[in-house]
Design a protein. Structure first.
Length: 263
């Protein structure tokens, strides 16, 4: 998770998300892992290395444990999370974050992720050649692995890379001509005080992830550069808030169905 555009939310208490999560679970459609797997095969698109674990790690672990072979694609190189840290230039940080992501997806019981390698915090415009190349690469992955469900971060999350990931997912689903359904998961969206209103009317499904909590937490812990135990001395230091990590202990993963722009 990289923070340009989200730095003002560091001290936000995630309590609004807790209330909204409970309401979404109550009104949503509960799925067991068999029903979830039947919607797929699944691909999760993460804006940065660690968003796959924070937003959808429990769901991915359940699918992997059930033999459903889910896939992960990571959009950016993650190199903008600790600008100015001594000895941590962009190339080194990108390499470390890619390595951490490899450990994280293995902790979830999955195959290695596809890394699209976009520049962190500087996404291309929709429709330019880098964007189109991303559509083609994900399209090829979808065909190769017969993907039928694509989950991406909620389009209302106020970060340029999260918005770009959502736009890319929409383009990929459009190109698939009805063969792939789109879902959204939340990461930083849980900290939005107006989240309940923004999600009013959205169709929701949720899946029980209580049986994979240890694997999920191990996956998050693999992202040591983001949990504050690896990179020190940055001009703009970041440490993933404990309250954000605590959100992953919720017993159900919530997914929003369909495509809709944020209010």
């Amino acid at each position: 998770m990289d923070r340009a555009g989200l730095l003002g939310q560091r001290s936000v208490v995630v309590a609004p998300g807790q209330r909204t999560w409970a309401r979404l679970v109550r009104r949503g459609r509960g799925l067991d892992v068999g029903a979830l797997a039947a919607l797929g095969p699944w691909l999760v698109l993460a804006p940065h290395p660690d968003d796959e674990a924070l937003g959808a790690g429990g769901m991915l672990a359940r699918l992997a444990a059930a033999g459903a072979d889910p896939r992960v694609a990571i959009l950016t190189d993650g190199a903008a999370s600790h600008v100015g840290a001594p000895g941590w230039g962009p190339r080194r940080l990108a390499g470390v974050r890619r390595q951490e992501a490899g450990h994280a997806v293995r902790a979830l019981g999955m195959r290695p992720a596809l890394h699209l390698g976009w520049r962190d915090a500087a996404p291309p415009m929709v429709g330019d050649k880098v964007f189109r190349a991303g559509v083609r690469r994900l399209g090829a992955l979808i065909v190769r692995h017969r993907i039928r469900a694509l989950a991406v971060c909620w389009a209302g999350e106020a970060h340029c890379d999260h918005e770009a990931a959502a736009a890319l997912a929409r383009a990929v689903v459009t190109a698939a001509r009805g063969r792939v359904r789109l879902y959204e998961y939340l990461v930083w969206g849980w900290t939005d005080p107006a989240l309940g209103a923004k999600l009013s009317g959205r169709r929701v499904v949720s899946v029980d992830v209580t049986g994979v909590r240890r694997a999920h937490r191990r996956s998050i812990d693999c992202h040591r550069s983001q949990t504050g135990t690896r990179v020190q001395g940055a001009v703009d230091p970041f440490r993933l808030p404990r309250a954000m990590i605590a959100l992953t202990a919720r017993p159900r993963t919530v997914l929003l169905e369909g495509v809709r722009h944020a209010a």
